[in-house]
Design a protein around this ligand. Structure first.
Ligand code: FAD
Length: 306
């Protein structure tokens, strides 16, 4: 069966397991890892091979060089990466190095390499194929449910000749973000986001409380972030993070196109807004027209009872 490379940017995350699940439908998954990662987890989700580049201090450019060199050697059927900031940057550089086509933000890849992308607030489904080279595709986190399928991977060390440009930078220190107990925003199965309607930073406790009850992450609209209600790293949208959870709850968010760009592929969207004309209701699967300060505590009480 043809080999499908799955690029593991750093540690093994949920998106890595999703990529392995998709890769299994396309061929035989091979994970490309940089440095020491949880190889047992990769095996549990079906990695038949693990290519280890001993380079945990690599930034994006040398990672792209390693993957490009592997593609030239192994001639895989496809390369899959997460649609994360780093995944997309590696993918872009890889496509340039190989003079190859690239598809980003796919939610599905068919066995023939056709990628499905969702555009314009979910109203348009685009099916695209790379016409030059092999399919290099970045996949949105939470597009599929990761399914285990045990394998016994062969492990192979890989090295690649780095260019002078690749050697200009390296990681000297990693500072781990304090994440608390909440899941990472782009990986979470549930995201509860607050907008300007939340009113102030203190009221965001209400958003956090609902998120915690649902085991989810907290997001925010740009208006909420710009108003200082919540830190910038939690912004969802065109100029923030892209999320695609099973459940997205929008509290006091109008649903501007730039916000939708970051959450429109969520599986189920619930909106609470006091304005029945708010555009978010065009997108929502379930809408509550009401004051979030009344609706959210009631919803939280109900959830606590269950
Ligand atoms: P508003 O539009 O002010 O909406 C607040 C909503 O809260 C209203 O619908 C109101 O009815 C409701 N509300 C008020 N009080 C209550 C209450 N008590 N109970 C229930 N509902 C209530 N935006 C993003 O979010 N992410 C981005 O990445 C992003 N990138 C952008 C990039 C560019 C280039 C530009 C130009 C804009 C970008 N924006 C982005 C901004 C975007 O256009 C909107 O301004 C922003 O999304 C609005 O945020 P909001 O919905 O929280 O605020």
């Amino acid at each position: 069966m043809a080999e499908v490379l799955v690029v593991v940017e750093g540690s093994v995350k949920k998106v890595t397991l999703e990529l392995l699940t998709i890769a299994r439908t396309l061929g035989s998954p091979s994970a490309v890892v940089f440095g020491d990662v949880d190889q047992a987890k990769l095996a549990e989700y079906g990695a038949e091979k693990i290519y280890v580049a001993e380079a945990s201090d690599y930034l994006v450019a040398p990672k792209a060089t390693v993957v490009a060199s592997l593609v030239r050697q192994k001639q895989p059927a496809a390369v899959l990466l997460g649609s994360t900031q780093e995944g997309k940057e590696i993918a872009g550089r890889l496509a340039v190095k190989l003079d190859n086509g690239l598809l980003t933000d796919a939610v599905e890849v068919a066995a023939d390499g056709t990628a499905t992308q969702v555009a314009f607030a979910g109203s348009t489904i685009v099916k695209s194929k790379v016409t030059k080279g092999l399919p290099i595709v970045t996949i949105r986190p939470n597009s599929v449910t990761p399914e285990p399928s045990a394998a016994t991977p062969a492990v192979e060390q890989v090295t690649a000749e780095l260019s002078e440009a690749d050697k200009l930078t390296k990681v000297v220190e990693r500072v781990t973000e304090t994440k608390g107990s909440r899941p990472e925003l782009t990986e979470a199965g549930v995201v509860v986001s607050g907008g300007r309607g939340v009113g102030n930073a203190d009221n965001f406790k209400l958003v956090e409380e609902l998120a915690d009850l649902l085991g989810g992450a907290v997001g925010a609209s740009r208006a909420a972030v710009d108003s200082g209600f919540y830190p910038h790293q939690f912004q969802v949208g065109q100029t923030g993070k892209t999320v695609s959870p099973q459940l997205y709850v929008a509290l006091g968010i109008s649903g501007a196109i730039q916000h939708r760009a970051g959450m429109q592929t969520s599986k189920t969207i619930v909106a609470v807004n006091k304005d029945p004309e708010a555009p978010i209701f065009e997108l929502a699967d379930y809408g509550v027209v009401g004051d979030l300060f009344k609706v959210v505590p009631q919803a939280a009480d109900e959830i606590r009872k269950r």
